[in-house]
Design a protein. Sequence first.
Length: 149
Amino acid sequence: MSASSVVLLPYAPSSVAVARQRLCSDLQEWGVYETAIDDAVLVVSELLSNALRHAHPLPSGQIRVAWRWADEHVEVAVSDGGAATEPRAGRPTLSSLGGRGLGIVEYLATSWGVRHEGEITTVWAVVTAADTVGNEKVSVPQPALRECG
């Protein structure tokens, strides 16, 4: 099975919570493994937060967030109007207040990168969504109640 969604959101910090909620709801509906949902939601939060902090909005004044589930992977992507610098994982000192976002993405994702299409920059990441290790199904206790966001 494969499924996908694209949302255009306001270029505002409140859009991070909206994107997290929508992604979580879609992935749950599609039957994606819960741990993969958690990882994908954290990754989209980091990508979207970085775009809002460091980049310009799209020409429409918005930001685009997309996700696709296929072949036991979830790909998330955030598109913006670009920035003066290229997104890259930093190596902050212990006392730094920021600079860890793409390092978190790098740790959780099997791969990530940047695409440029004219004035639009898209930062994407792929998270494994398989519920097996080797040929054995992984058994992880599920919470009685799960809240998205």
